[in-house]
Design a protein around this ligand. Sequence first.
Ligand code: BJ8
Length: 396
Amino acid sequence: MPVTLPEQFEEFSAQQKKGFLAVKALKDQGKQVCGAFCQYTPAEIIMAAGLTQVILCGRSHLPIKTAETQLPANLCPLIKASYGHVLEDSCPYAYFSDVVVGETTCDGKKKMYELLAQKKMMQCIHLPNLPDYERSLEMWTEELRAFTRGMEEKFNVKITDEMLNEAIKWCNQERRQTARLYELGKLDPPAITGYQMQQVEDGQAFIFDRDEKLARLTAVNDQIEQEWKEGKYAMEPDPYRPRLLVSGTGLAAVTEKTIKVAEELGAQIVCYEGCNGIAARRRLIDEDESRDPMVRIAEKYIEVPCAVVSPNNRRMEQVAATIDEWSVDGYLALTLHSCNPFAIETENVRRVCEKKDVPLLHISTDFTPGDEGQIRTRLQAFIEMIRAKKEAKLNG
Ligand code: BJ8
C-alpha cells in the first residue's frame, strides 16, 4: 500500500518559514547568528563559539534583478540571489547574521564576498585547491585555527578542545541521521522518494534547536523504516522504475522543476552525491579525543567533494561506489547557469557513468520558471529510455 507520509514531510518543508520567526526569537534572546554558504564551513567551530549557524544561499529569482545592478548578469544565480537578498534586506537570515563566513571556492563567490564584506562583518576561510597535496592538510588545519581565533576575538569567547569535542560528537550524530535518510533510498519498493528526502534535508537546516533537530530527524527515519516494514511504500512496486542518482548545488531552488517532475514521470531519485550527498554524510569526524580536534575537523572538511578542487578524484570514486551500492540506472546532473566548475566536471562524471553503463542527463538551469517545459520534455525522454533499457535487460 503506497503511503505519502504527508504530515511529517510538509512539516519539514514548512520549516523554512517557521525558521524566520525562530531566528528572530534567537536574536530577541540575545543569541548570535553566523551566516554561511558552503559545506566547507566548519560547523563544529561555529557551534563551539556558541553561535547558531544559518544558511544564506539564495533560492529565489526575485532578488536577482537587484543583484544585477552591481553584479554581472551572466553570473551563477545562487551568487546573485544571495547577494541580492543582502542588498534588499529581504532575507531574515542574512539580516540577522552577526557574522558571515565566506570561503575561497569559486571565483564568483570569492569576488561577491569582497562586496558583501562592505555590508556585513565577514570572516573568509582560504581553501587549499589540491585536496590530496601533502601540504594541503597542514595549511588547511592552520587556516581553521586562524578562523577559530577570529571567532574568539569577534565574539569574545575562548574555544576549548572540550567544546570542539562536544560539537564534533553532536555534528556526527546529525550526519548519521541524514545519511540514514539517504540509505532508505536503497530499499525497493521505495521507502521514501527523492523529493521527500529533499524536503527533510532542506527543512532540517532551519531547525535551530539542536536537540529538537536530532529528535525530529531520528523520528522521521524511524517512522519511514517502520512503515516500509509494514508494507507501506512511498511508490508502488515496479521492477522497471528507473533509479536515479542526482547531483547538484542550489537544489532547493530547482527541486520542483527537476526532482519532483522526474518522480512524477515515473523515476525514483534513490540518492544524492556531492558536497551534501551520501559520502559526505557518511564521512564522520574522528572522535578520538587523544588527537588534536582541529586536525580531525580539518581531515573531514578537506574531503568535501566539491568541483572547485582539482583534481576531484575523490568525487569520481564516490560516484562509482554509489552507482553500485544504490543499484543506479541513470544519473541526473543538475548544474546552475554559469557554474563552470560543476559544468566542466560533469564531463568527468559522465566518463565514470559510461564505464558503469549508466546514462547521464545534464540539465543546466537557473531559478526562473522559464525552462520548466523544456526540462520536463528532456526528463521524460531520459526516463523512457532508461525504462526501456531496464525492461529489455530484465526480460532477457
Ligand atoms: S562545497 S558545491 S556548497 S562551493 S553553483 S556558487 S560553485 S558558480 S555552490 Fe558549493 Fe560549497 Fe562546493 Fe558545496 Fe560557484 Fe557553481 Fe554557483 Fe556554487
